[in-house]
Ligand binder design. Structure first.
Ligand code: GLY
Length: 567
């Protein structure tokens, strides 16, 4: 009797261990490690910084520190120590661990819902330009945490390329000049920003040298003292004094309290054994991607012609962007992520798509309009153990708030503008959206940034781009190229179009559609509007886990580079 019980008691364990051992053996056998490292970033100097760090013996997380810091120096218009971002990590293992580091900027403790109202009206200038527009930066904390928790190299080694670039200078390129052109007026109105980033009040000449010795010193403080090197001591005092003197509301407590939040990445099972791993709230991007992909799985998007495919993708985007109005910082609001991704709900949304007619956005229950900053940066890196990072970093608009703190070289973000500053105004589009993303002390503004992976037993792919509210649609289009088994160069270069529920129109790059395709989309009931210029700057990589083959690609719209090398 007791033997019988023993046998009955042990059999399941033996079977379980056996099955686990078999699974491990299969997994180890199935997943060939990456035979090369891969890096793709928005700037050649940042791609080199990543490679150098890997060559020094660093892993993908050390490389992510080096790349982020280098981007902060060479793309001051896109990201920086005065900004924040999201880091999606894949820690290698028989079954990998995914992590999401939320380094999003946080509203100062003195912030409140009416912060930007003057005589009852929101003054947009205040949330866009100058010290009051800046939220508490997250990037320095992320660099320290990445290095200390996940890296192999001391922070000073990973920060060395950025310090060198800041001190010796970088060449002004066409993207810098274009972005400075967009923000020239705001940059001219801050003496330190104009001194550092303009040339006698004008856009610097191409190939002239941008030197940032003060930023080099701030990076050295971070390298020497870690978190305290930015959020405490002299640097913190200098930041707070300058912000307050310019009408901002930062306090030393704001900086002392700032912490990275590690959140569960958003994980969505797709068909054919694939999984989407993406950004959870306070990003709205991951949920929009999950919803769009799950809706498209129920639709014949791969079997129809280009016009029908655009129609189906647009209709899924319309519905996904409508739901974004419900989302906000998870530390302040309950985000209905599970409901928005529930099969029954998505079935109902998909069944409302008419293959022959555009659904007017007004006929769907309303949400709010979305307008987020359109500059940011993205990079991705993979090491030969299978550790990987996809990170989207931002200061919001190009050159952020165009406010630089003298003595630090730190250009501050204007991420406060990503909040819904005007609850009344947003009511016309849906109160719930505005409430979820209203300004509050210590809250993180909702973001579109969507660093994402798709992984299956066969392969691993990494996606992401800057581009404000168009980020999720750009990432989706790249993912569809991957799902369609197109060469990796196609993923970032695919011609872009976008629908965000309101305004109710398809925005598209100038060359996305032929005249006949535009006419056919009009006939389905879609309004079209050219963006007049290309947009986005996607960086992608791919690892074939069956043979270890690795590829990477940078968007040809930017000046970024990708590299696949033996370490
Ligand atoms: N600031 C752009 C975004 O977070 O979506």
């Amino acid at each position: 009797m007791s033997t019988g019980r023993l046998i009955r008691g042990h059999l399941p364990w033996r079977a379980l261990f056996g099955a686990l051992a078999l699974l491990c053996a299969l997994e180890l056998h199935a997943a060939a490690l990456p035979e090369r490292i891969a890096v793709a970033t928005a700037h050649p100097a940042a791609t080199v910084a990543g490679q150098e760090t890997l060559a020094l013996g660093g892993n993908a997380f050390d490389a992510a520190v080096a790349i982020s810091a280098a981007l902060a120096v060479v793309e001051p218009y896109g990201s920086g120590l005065g900004g924040g971002g999201f880091f999606l990590l894949r820690e290698a293992g028989v079954s990998p661990t995914y992590r999401f580091l939320d380094a999003r900027e946080r509203a100062p403790l003195a912030a409140h819902a009416d912060l930007y109202k003057v005589d009852g009206e929101v003054n947009k200038q205040l949330s866009l330009n100058g010290a009051l527009a800046a939220a508490i930066p997250g990037l320095p904390a992320a660099l320290v945490q990445l290095a200390e928790r996940f890296g192999r190299l001391p922070l000073r080694d990973s920060l060395a390329p950025a310090i060198r670039l800041a001190r010796s200078g970088v060449s002004i390129d066409r993207v810098y000049r274009e972005r400075a052109g967009w923000r020239l007026e705001a940059m001219r109105s801050d003496a330190e920003t104009a001194r550092l980033f303009l040339e006698k009040g004008d856009i610097p000449e191409q190939f002239s040298l941008l030197r940032q010795p003060e930023l080099a010193l701030t990076l050295e403080q971070l390298a020497a003292q870690g978190h305290q090197g930015f959020y405490g001591g002299k640097v913190a005092e200098t930041l707070v004094q300058a912000v307050q003197a310019a009408g901002g509301i930062w306090s030393l407590k704001d900086l002392a309290e700032y912490r990275i939040v590690e959140r569960q990445p958003l994980r969505v099972q797709l068909d054919q054994g694939r999984e989407l791993i993406s950004a959870p709230p306070p990003s709205a991007g991951g949920i929009a991607l999950g919803q769009s992909l799950l809706m498209l799985q129920q639709l014949p998007w791969q079997q129809v012609d280009a016009v029908q495919r655009t129609h189906l993708v647009v209709e899924t985007l319309r519905r996904a962007y409508r739901d974004r109005g419900l989302l906000g910082d998870p530390d302040f609001v309950n985000n209905p992520a599970a409901q928005l991704l529930a099969p029954d709900y998505l079935k109902q949304l998909t069944s409302s798509i008419d293959p022959q007619h555009a659904t007017p956005s007004d006929s769907l229950p309303p949400s709010r309009a979305w307008k987020e900053g359109d500059h940011t940066t993205h990079f991705t890196v993979l090491d030969t153990e299978g550790n990987a990072v996809a990170a989207t970093l931002s200061v919001n608009l190009p050159f952020g708030a165009a406010f630089t703190v003298p003595g630090t070289g730190v250009l501050l973000n204007n991420e406060m503008d990503d909040f819904a500053a005007d609850i009344q105004g947003s009511n016309a589009y849906g109160l719930s959206g505005s409430q979820a993303n209203s300004i509050a002390a210590g809250k993180r503004p909702l973001s579109s940034m969507s660093p994402s992976f798709i992984e299956s037993p066969e392969d691993f792919a990494s996606f992401g781009t800057p581009g404000g509210s168009r980020i999720p649609s750009m990432v989706l289009l790249a993912m569809l190229e991957y799902l369609d088994q197109q060469p990796i160069d196609h993923w970032p270069s695919v011609a872009r179009y976008h629908h965000q529920f309101r305004p109710d129109l398809i925005e598209h790059e100038p060359d996305t559609f032929s005249a006949a395709q535009r006419a056919a989309l009009n006939a389905l009931g879609h309004q079209l509007k050219s963006t007049e210029r290309q947009y986005g700057n996607q960086q992608v990589l791919f690892w074939d886990k069956q043979d270890g083959h690795v590829e990477a690609a940078s968007d040809l719209r930017g000046i970024g580079t990708s590299a696949v090398r033996i370490r």
